[in-house]
Design a protein around this ligand. Structure first.
Ligand code: CMC
Length: 430
């Protein structure tokens, strides 16, 4: 018999089974808590709640470990293409050569968006945030795929809508940038791979051919692989939560984009660059900024630092920091923001405020400097995150929908409002 957890409430003892994951993670199975005791578990922010069992991504935040389907992130960042990682996350195994070629060809085949959708871009003001546009566009895509409404998708249907989504977000993202800068849209090309195709749509124009440099494509590939999944974070949990109502994949992912947009989550990469710019504009005084962060009255955070799960250096940040150096050297760019970031990290890692709270650079701390070097505008940084995260969201949505005992996500609350009271007619209200 497995381990048992006991809860004693008002003198009564209740037993709950203990679940053990493949990496020896332990959980108390509380599914019968309310039924047995009448109590609920209270945990705002869900820091201690496991919402599902998942076989996709493993994180050990104390040791700084991240693996997709068991494979260390360091190996994937070195060797795998984004399209290959998407397959791994969604289907659970690395594709063989034939499977990968077929999968890649499907991405090329489905990269166009419906011509009518181009008109949608006209409705947005030039300053509209690209995450708002991406989320609305992804939800709007649902209108073009009636099969999405079927609760039971065939494996072919699922594969097609997944490929369409991952492929088309890249076109939508690039089109929203072109709209913003007032240039004509550049269509996807069938001779280009996933990342070069995106770069070409972003930076080519009728009078300018953008030559995709290998170092740029490789830096972006690495970022996409690193961002592709991160288990039950706010965005992914939103996708699962929306999908648990049997909402379609595109509607669920659209919710994930909105959750990711927040500055505490994927929107942090934009805020990091803005923070570095603001420190630079005010003279580059890193020590002063750190003092401001430590003075809680200021409500200032060191953006790109800290993590709910990592209480050690985020393994993704380690890789990104190293790749930032390589890219900037190759491009011959000297970015003063990188210098500020390095000084901030150095100061924070030896300051007791950050040491005691185990605050280290996270995935968003250095990524913005790579985007800047490539020419991707600061407000598109969260969009880049979202494009890569599509792979993980689709994998989680599928895993959730395949659960034999799928239940709608529906947390409880502890009500702290008024007790029952009577309606007061208008003439008697003060
Ligand atoms: N700067 C200054 N203080 C911080 C920071 C920070 N970046 N992060 C956490 N703290 C402090 C926090 O105020 C708290 O202090 P105290 O115990 O004195 O009240 C302590 O550290 C613990 O933090 P927390 O807020 O309880 O941690 P959390 O798990 O609720 O929040 C977080 C995690 C990522 C939201 C938070 O660290 C943060 O706001 N970081 C800055 C935003 C950021 O970089 N987000 C990107 C996260 S990685 C991308 C992704 O979402 O996957």
């Amino acid at each position: 018999m497995g381990d048992i957890a006991k809860i004693i409430l008002n003198g009564n003892e209740y037993e709950f089974p203990v679940l053990t994951g493949t990496e020896q993670e332990k959980a108390i199975d509380m599914r019968t808590l309310r039924l047995k005791t009448g109590y609920i578990a209270f945990d705002p922010g869900y820091a201690n709640v496991g919402s599902c069992q998942s076989a996709i991504t493993f994180i050990d935040g104390d040791k700084g470990i991240l693996r997709y389907r068991g494979i260390p992130i360091e190996q994937l960042a070195e060797h795998a293409s984004f399209v290959e990682v998407a397959y791994l996350l969604i289907y659970g195994e690395l594709p063989n050569e034939k499977e990968l070629n077929k999968w890649s060809a499907e991405f090329t085949e489905h990269s166009m968006i419906h011509e009518d959708m181009k008109n949608f871009f006209d409705g947005y003001p030039a300053g509209g945030h690209p995450m708002g546009i991406l989320s609305a566009m992804v939800c709007s895509l649902s209108a073009y795929y009636p099969e999405l409404e079927r609760v039971e998708l065939t494996s072919m249907d699922f594969r097609r809508i997944s490929v369409e989504l991952i492929s088309k977000v890249r076109t939508i993202a690039a089109f929203s940038y072109k709209k913003k800068i007032g240039e004509p849209f550049v269509y996807p090309r069938s001779d280009l791979k996933y990342i070069p195709n995106f770069l070409n749509m972003m930076f080519s124009s009728p009078n300018r051919v953008y030559e995709v440099q290998d170092c740029v494509a490789n830096a972006l590939r690495t970022l996409f692989v690193l961002h592709a999944d991160h288990e039950q974070n706010c965005g992914t949990s939103s996708v699962r939560m929306v999908g648990s109502s049997l909402a379609n994949l595109y509607a669920s992912v659209s919710a994930g984009i909105c959750a990711l947009w927040g500055p505490l989550h994927g929107g942090a990469n934009q805020r990091v660059t803005e923070m570095l710019q603001s420190i630079q504009q005010s003279g580059g005084d890193v020590a002063h900024f750190i003092t401001q962060v430590k003075d809680r009255k200021n409500n200032t955070k060191l953006m790109g630092f800290g993590h709910r799960v990592y209480k050690n250096y985020d393994p993704r940040a380690k890789i990104i920091k190293q790749r930032t150096d390589v890219l900037l050297n190759k491009l011959g760019i000297h970015d003063p923001l990188l210098e500020i970031a390095l000084k901030l990290e150095e100061a924070a890692l030896k300051d007791s405020f950050f040491v005691e709270r185990k605050l280290y650079p996270n995935v968003d701390f250095y990524s913005g400097i790579i985007y800047r070097a490539i020419g991707i505008p600061v407000d598109m940084a969260p969009v880049m995150f979202a494009m890569a995260r599509m792979a993980g969201w689709i994998a989680h949505w599928k895993e959730m929908r395949d659960e034999a005992d799928l239940r709608i996500s529906r947390p409880r609350q502890v009500y702290v409002g008024h007790q029952q009271r009577d309606f007061i007619p208008m003439e008697k209200r003060g």
